[in-house]
Structure formats: C-alpha cells, structure tokens
Design a protein around this ligand. Sequence first.
Ligand code: ARG
Length: 426
Amino acid sequence: MPIETSRTPHTRTASYLAEKGEVSRVLLLYSGGLDTSVMLKWIQDEYDAEVVALTVNLGQPGEDYDVVRGKALQLGAVAAEVVDAREEFATDFILPAIKANAIYGLAYPLFTALGRPLIAKLAVEYALRHGCDTVAHGCTGKGNDQVRIEATVATLAPSLKVIAPVRGWQMGREEEIAYAREHGIPIKGGAETTPYSIDDNLWGRSSEGKWIEDLGHAPDDDVFQLVTRPEQAPDEPETVAISFVQGLPTAIDGEELGLVELITRCQDLGIKHGVGIVDHIEDRIVGLKVRDIYEVPAATLILSAHAELERLVGTIHQNQFKGELDRKWAYLVYAGLWWEPLRSDLDAYMNEVNRQVTGTIGIKLFKGHARVVTRESPNAVYDMQLATFETSGGLFSQQASPGFIELWSLQSRLAHQLRDRDGPGA
Ligand code: ARG
C-alpha cells in the first residue's frame, strides 16, 4: 500500500508553536541560503510580521557575513545581526565534547549537534533583545536539528513561540527557486547549485542528500569540499604534537595557541593529509536511518590525541568506566538535550577525570590516516622500569605471578569443570 503523503490539515501539535494571529515580530535564524532567504520574505507575507535576521558565525569556512547581512536587509529584515560566536562555541561546547571524547555512533563528532543549542540560545537572546514574539528556523521535519533548536527555545524562553516554515510549506527545491525568482530573491551560483545539503562549523562539515541516500553508491569526489582526497595527499608523512593541560588542548608542536586557533591549525593539517573522512549511517532521533558524509579533520586529530592521553593517565577502572559515561554524554547531546541536567552532572565527572589529562601526544599524518606515535605525560600511570622485560623483584615480582594466576582464574576453572562433568550441551 502506498504511504500516505497528501497534505494534512493544520493542527497545533505543541504548545510552543505559533498560531497565525500570535506572530508580529520574528527572529529568523538566517544562513543566507535558499531556504532561509525564501523564508525571510515568506514570513513577512504570510504572517504580516516583521523579521529580525540573526546569523551566527561558528567558523563555517568561506562565509562572507557582510554579504549575508546585506541580503537580509535587502529582503526586508528590519534588522540583521551577525554574531561571531566562535570563542563561545570552542570554550563552552567543543571543549566539554573533547573532555567527553564525544562521538556518536562510532564516528560522528557531533559538530552540528554541538552548534545547534548555541545557535538557539543566541536566537533566544536576540529575540528578547529585539522584542520578538517568535523564533523561526529553517529545519525540516525529518532531522535532528529541529529537535535541538526547539527544545532549546522551549527550555530557555517558554514565552517565545516557534515557527518552522519548511516543515509545513510543501515547497520542494524547484518551487522554492520559483518563489525566489518571483520575489526577487537573489540566488547565488555556488551554494544553491551544489546538490548536497551542507552544514559546517569549526568542528566539521556534513553533506547529505542526492546520491548519498543511495547506500550502494560510493562517494563521488565532488562531495569533498574540505578535506583533500587521501589519494591526492602529500607523499611525505608529517608528525604533529598536540599538548593538553587538564583536558584543554593548548599547543601544537610546542606553540601555545588559543582554542579556536588551535582547532583551525589542526583542521588545516588534517585537510592537507586527507584525514577525517567519515561515511556514516546514522540512527536519527526521529527514527530514520540516514547516511552522512562527514569531513572532520580537526576533530579526528584532537579527539584521538585526547582519548589516547586520557587512557594513559587513567587506571584500568577509570578507563573502563569513562567510556560508558562518554557514550551517554554524546547521546544526550546528539538527541537535542544539551540543557538536560544529567549532561552537566556528567560534565562534573568529565572535568574531574580531565584534571589528570596533561601531556603531549604525537600523531603521524599520512594519506588519510592519523596514527598516534608518541605519548608523554607527567601523570602517566606507567613505569618504564616496571614495564621492561628484564626487571624482576621490587614492586613487580615475576615470581609472584603464578599465585595471582591461580586465584584470578579460580572461579572460571571451577565452572569449566562443572560443565565438563555435565557433558556437552548441558
Ligand atoms: N546528521 C547530523 C546530525 O544530526 C548532521 C546534520 C546536518 N544538518 C543539516 N541541517 N544539514 O547532527
């Protein structure tokens, strides 16, 4: 039976959604792309409302914010704000993610999931400052981003309403382009003509859509707009040393850098050596499985170095336990619950563990690979004297090992004998 796709009548499905009469001034999260540009006009016409545009710089490469601002004003925004939030993003969002080794589904370093609560928090701040009653965003009804943004707005400002026009306006890409032409909305050559849906910031870049949805289709080269394809990366390897102080990355090859600058340097190194390409099937919160192509050069370097150093300074018990909490942290953030108290409870634990995470990790970069090659820390739970084969006696007596083995294996040996006694299949 065909799945029902016909238009459904409008019903209010959440208390925070705005009804028509309630909207008079809207804070629009504006990227300058096709969706949000069409939206800027559409909201004015559809709701007879004023629009304040807000564009947030989280370090997306190659963006001209003067152009974006100008375009918003040209399309009738009563005000157009651009906020450089890179420092806040790095310090308050990426750093906790580093301390939590934050990866979702074995490969996704959460750059979008980390960016959305900050973008939505700024939307709330600017909405209140400009006397807006409603926040508008350009997310579709099929993704995680709507959850992250709306959960944030509803949490931080229960008085604000939300509209998400893309979810309801039933315009496909072609109709949007037609609408844009009709309403004099400039369509820039670049972004709108690439077939992919892109999201990017300091911590990574994602591509979705088109052939990516065909699981049997190996990546076309044109999807990689950030990272050099490994086959074209330099023939000479390069080793980089990343230093941490209490979990915070502080220096590259001995040179002290602020976090934004350090991330950018790691990004450049990864880009050069083809590091950080991920082809990922992801379980979204809204039920769907989706394939994403990620380019995450900086996150790959920094997260591998951090995880390695953390393991070196942690005991076997800490190391086994931390992974479980790391996974929980990543899932909360992925699932749009940045403001959930459990996340900050977990942060307290992450910070405590990271008090020991000081030292330097060397990583060798070569044609798409990043491999840890050196480790050094004043807090390493490692004693070279004990680890070498030659020594015996002192703190680690090899003579004592058989006694340990006998006790260590006691229950397993007894249980094994019981099974033998009862015969196969018992
Ligand atoms: N699948 C990733 C996530 O849910 C990336 C989403 C990218 N967002 C976008 N609007 N293109 O976090």
